[in-house]
Design a protein around this ligand. Structure first.
Ligand code: IVH
Length: 747
């Protein structure tokens, strides 16, 4: 499209107005656009016009921004402008004037801050200064008491020490991070993968409940307010009715409607959808307005942020459970969807000490409501083969709506479960789903069983590759595993495909645009059989088969994007790489523990190969086993993996294509214990062992499970046994708990 400029008007960084050559003339568009433009420009030219109130200004801003966006799309993307250049420039001037009177409106996503319609093609990415984490779940009453007991243990609080916890509804929407600088909203980002989200600033600016600027006392220079965007029941019903009338897609539930409405490329659509917001947490903050969760959130309210009015403080498991039951009873009348309640340790100094484990804070938990249920007919049972060869039975159901979502598949877990529940094909079954978890078949309604119902014969060979499928036996207990596994390993196409999918997945190597469907296709097509093939895909493109971009479902743009995304991952952090290999029992946390312990892929593979060669009685095996958080199951899985030549070969090939970045610890390097290896032994009294370990690691120390010549300090509590003896024998410095605390208190 021609983009020569007619004028060189600059509007807040907007370099040029649009080309006359592609715009229609004034007279052509007059009838459609002039009345509105005229009316608006009149108010602009009035001298000494009074600035509109905040609410009016925001409303106008939203309308004009949406108008400009629409015209940008018509002009830049569809080559079909509807208004003249002059009219367009007038719109931009109006927006710029409005932003001059209300600087809080001049946000990053404003049309005055961008050129053309380009940013609308997709949302930009925003890296969260502090990751957006999720919550671990409690389902049973006992889990709540366990949570409190865990917190007390970690903090070393006696049973009678006060421990306040906030309780509030868990809103079923989508989480958002709003960054305010000097009180002004500067950007808004979705959660994304927790580390990086999408920049939805311009869309969030259209949500009436979210202030563009904070008001009141003690506002931090920088604060990332976190909370939930959601849609109320009435607005959801009205939206779906309107969508149905217009022949448009209706949404399955308010959460999908909220997500779909926020992620609109056209802000005008977001503006029409009635989205709401509750603030309940924060990310980066230059200072906080109080010492407790409750103080901070109630202060948010005074700054103009909506907070949930039902938040309370409780001081015991009983009080938390009473809150839970009360909210559960009121659930249907709240006017918005909730899927449980959230408990958070109130004192922020406690929250800091408790820290995080994997992706969830130790100081909070979500107590979920019981799952929603429905009854339907089980038509068939299919077997899926997973990444580790596990055969999983899946119920194919007569589609049924459960809690607003249509369900046609549900997991049956394993063969024992089918036998225990006596599930037969043709049965009427009860299905439940809770939140995002896979729906499950809970029970069979035996009195509805037809005479034609068929018992299911569980396969003893893999339905995909025909290899034997076996239930492993625990050598020690003789008990057989509930899971039947295909023994085909990488010769099983299902396992190979699932491993590839896992390798590219978000929390592993994270190759954008290479989702499950694409992997299935590229595997079946023969282009990608191993992880290394992913990285040679571009170089081989078109060699022996039709170039990818000529195939159905792969345009040139999408292929370029995939190649780019692959190139962006030619260097992968060690822990993600390790997790991506898909070794049994090596989840994200264990992968991190191993990465932390070995630092580099070379050191780790050397250790694993030495253990493969040496076997369970070797020093090499014991060395891995000694790492904190690692036990024999993981070591066995690790050597099982590296002991299989196929796997070792795949890793070698992969390392020809990519660089695995050494694990870098995000810890203080200036502490007295940075770089030192520490072993804790015996009973500590001032700190719980887990806190002592977490604290040592934060300060840059490596915590080991056993004493060796490499150990710098052994911290010995009471009743220390063999490790203390070993320390003395090796001449390692032994510290009391107090001496250790004094040491880390120095800088
Ligand atoms: S606190 C560090 N409070 O639940 C975690 N989360 O399963 C801070 N959610 O990603 C989250 N209501 O999207 C918190 N009152 C509430 C919540 C809430 C809904 C969501 C949130 C989070 C998810 C975790």
């Amino acid at each position: 499209m021609a983009k020569q400029s007619k004028t060189t008007t600059k509007v807040q960084g907007q370099p040029k107005s649009k080309a006359k050559s592609t715009a229609k003339t004034n007279s052509e568009t007059k009838s459609k656009t002039e009345p509105r433009i005229d009316a608006n420009s009149k108010s602009k030219t009035k001298p000494a016009v009074q600035a509109p109130s905040d609410a009016v200004a925001r409303q106008r801003w939203t309308e004009i921004a949406a108008d400009i966006t629409r015209h940008d799309v018509l002009y830049y993307q569809q080559d079909a402008p509807e208004i003249s250049d002059e009219a367009y420039d007038a719109l931009r001037r109006r927006l710029a004037d409005l932003e001059a009177q209300h600087p809080e409106l001049a946000i990053a996503g404003s049309p005055t801050q961008r050129v053309g319609a380009a940013p609308l093609a997709a949302f930009g990415k925003v890296r969260h200064a502090v990751p957006m984490l999720s919550l671990s779940n409690a389902f049973a009453d006992a889990d709540v008491a366990d949570f409190l007991a865990r917190v007390r243990r970690f903090l070393n609080l006696g049973e009678d020490a006060p421990l306040d916890v906030t309780a509030e509804p868990k809103i079923d929407g989508l989480s958002i991070s709003l960054r305010y600088e000097n009180g002004l909203l500067v950007h808004a980002a979705t959660r994304g993968d927790g580390t990086e989200g999408e920049n939805v600033t311009a869309n969030v600016m259209t949500i009436g409940e979210i202030p563009h600027h904070l008001v009141g006392q003690g506002i931090a220079d920088v604060i990332e307010v976190r909370g939930e965007i959601f849609m109320g029941h009435d607005d959801f019903a009205a939206l779906n009715a309107a969508q149905a009338r217009a022949g448009e897609k209706v949404f399955a539930n308010p959460r999908n409607a909220a997500a779909g409405s926020l992620r609109q490329l056209d802000q005008a659509i977001t503006a029409q959808r009635k989205l709401r917001f509750f603030a309940y947490a924060w990310g980066a903050a230059s200072k906080l307005p109080g010492p407790t969760q409750y103080d901070v959130v109630t202060t948010f309210k005074t700054w103009g942020l909506p907070v949930n009015p039902l938040m309370q403080i409780a001081a015991s498991a009983d009080a938390l459970l009473a809150f839970y039951r009360d909210i559960e009873q009121r659930r249907a009348s709240l006017g918005y969807d909730i899927d449980g309640v959230v408990y958070k340790v109130n004192r922020l100094d406690y929250q800091e000490r408790l820290g995080f484990v994997s992706r969830s804070p130790r100081w909070a938990i979500a107590h979920k409501f019981a799952a929603e249920r429905a009854t339907t007919i089980l038509r068939d049972i299919e077997i899926q083969v997973g990444r580790t060869g596990a055969l999983t039975p899946v119920a194919k159901l007569e589609p049924v709506t459960v809690g607003g979502v249509v369900v046609s598949n549900a997991t049956l877990h394993n063969e024992d479960e089918i036998a225990r529940k006596d599930i037969r094909i043709g049965d009427t079954v009860v299905v439940q789903r809770a939140g995002d978890v896979i729906p499950q078949v809970v029970e069979v309604l035996i009195d509805k069983r037809p005479a034609s119902a068929i018992a299911f014969q569980y396969p003893v060979v893999c339905p995909v590759c025909g290899s034997h499928a076996v239930r492993e036996q625990d050598d020690k207990t003789g008990v057989s595993d509930v899971v039947r596994r295909c023994t085909g390993g990488l010769i099983c196409p299902a396992q190979a495909k699932e491993r590839l999918k896992h390798f590219v997945s978000r929390n592993a190597v994270d190759i954008e645009g290479l989702g499950s469907e694409k992997i299935e296709f590229l595997f079946d097509d023969g282009r990608i059989k191993t992880p290394a093939d992913i990285f040679t895909l571009a170089a081989r493109n078109g060699d022996h088969a039709a170039p990818l971009q000529t195939l159905k479902g792969f345009g040139k743009t999408s292929v370029d994007k995939i190649f780019k995304a692959i190139d962006a991952r030619r260097t992968v952090p060690l822990d993600r790489f390790l997790f991506g290999l898909g070794i049994r029992h090596i989840g994200e946390t264990t992968a991190k523990d191993l990465a932390k312990a070995y630092g580099s892929i070379e050191a780790l593979t050397a250790a694993a190969m030495a253990a493969v060669v040496g076997g369970p009685d070797s020093d090499a095996y014991r060395e891995i086993d000694d790492i904190e958080g690692i036990g024999a199951t993981v070591v066995d899985a690790l050597i099982g993996f590296f002991g299989e030549p196929h796997n070792a070969e795949q890793v070698t090939q992969l390392l020809h294509e990519i660089t695995v970045a050494p694990f870098v610890r995000a810890v203080a390097s200036d502490s007295a214990v940075a770089g030192k290896t520490v072993v804790f032994t015996g009973t500590l009294t001032r700190l719980a062992r887990s806190e002592a370990k977490a604290q040592a690691e934060r300060l840059g120390a490596k915590v080991a499970g056993s004493v060796s010549k490499k150990t710098d300090y052994v911290v010995a509590g009471s009743d220390a046994g063999s490790k203390l003896d070993a320390a003395r024998a090796l001449g390692v410095t032994v510290l009391t708990e107090d001496a250790w605390l004094a040491l880390i208190a120095q800088n």
